[in-house]
Design a protein around this ligand. Sequence first.
Ligand SMILES: Nc1nc2c(c(=O)[nH]1)N[C@H]1C(S)=C(S)[C@@H](COP(=O)(O)O)O[C@H]1N2
Ligand SMILES: [Mo]
Length: 348
Amino acid sequence: MTTRKDWDFLSENDVTPEEVFKNRRRLIQAFGAGSVAGPLSAVKAAMQGSAAVVAGLSAVACGAKPAGGRGSTQLSELPALPATRNTQWSNTEPPTDSKLVTTYNNFYEFGTDKSDPSRNADTLQTRPWKVLVEGECNKPGEFDLDDLLKLAPMEERIYSLRCVEAWSVVVPWIGYPLAALLKKVEPGSKAKYVSFETLADPRQMPGLSSSVLDWPYVEGLRMDEAMHPLALLTFGQYGKVLPNQAGAPVRLVVPWKYGFKSAKSLVRIRLTDKQPPTSWNKSAPQEYGFYSNVNPGVNHPRWSQGSERRLGEGSFGGLFAPRRDTKLFNGYEAVAPLYQGMDLRKFF
Ligand SMILES: Nc1nc2c(c(=O)[nH]1)N[C@H]1C(S)=C(S)[C@@H](COP(=O)(O)O)O[C@H]1N2
Ligand SMILES: [Mo]
């Protein structure tokens, strides 16, 4: 079957490190071919310029549905979400092709292949939807999605998102600062951290049958991080409401941290006096810290964080984009004061 050499070719930082070590078989399926040996030689052939394989790879990138997929939500089918562009907090880089961004996702509740969320997340029921905000605050409450949508003016912000696996995208998100919601509940003096819990319903989420992570997916921020104007409570992308695979109906986007901090499909926000547990840290504490700020100077134990692939750049549908340098805090220097005097190697 597969030899060690085959896998060396698909080195972890080239593809999907988190999953490569947990489930190599599924990675093969992500390339859309039926046999185990096929896709490996196919990828090799692609690098030699085989037209047929190039077509196959861009089919993945463009959301083709391999047999068994139930179908995906296209941006064109979704309602518009009007917003005003916020230039102060927007990158000037061009957004990544929306087809790529909506078909290459991490959302393990719907499967661990990059193409799983866009194929499987049509079962997610995004209405009615409520978000409970509780803990160390004067005015805890349950916020209905319709109230959340009206809570503050919608802004469009073009952010880059850098996954810990070393791929990145540039996305025009729509939302408003998380701080706007937190202020509504009047945080108390004991509120030092914020924890985030996301939906975990096995009837809607086929990926929950896998033990790849402990469910529900939980994340957290320090209070001052959560209050930073860059931390976005996000309801849309590319002018539309979020497609399910992007974490509908409401998610976080924390652009100076690795992508896994940007929790999808939020149901609970809790203000706490202690640092909360976080999913990837629980799963591999030596590999994923609580802070997880993008930092090219602190490598993952299994791969370099010094560079990344910007999806859409280069050939083969952009899935093998050339490497570009990763910047400290993903280039968001405005957050540097939050970490003054902290050893970022210790608090990684
Ligand atoms: N609930 C939940 N949120 C999640 C994840 C997940 O598996 N479940 N994956 C994270 C990771 S690893 C990344 S890189 C981003 C990907 O966001 P995108 O698919 O919109 O690019 O979502 C994050 N949020
Ligand atoms: Mo990620």
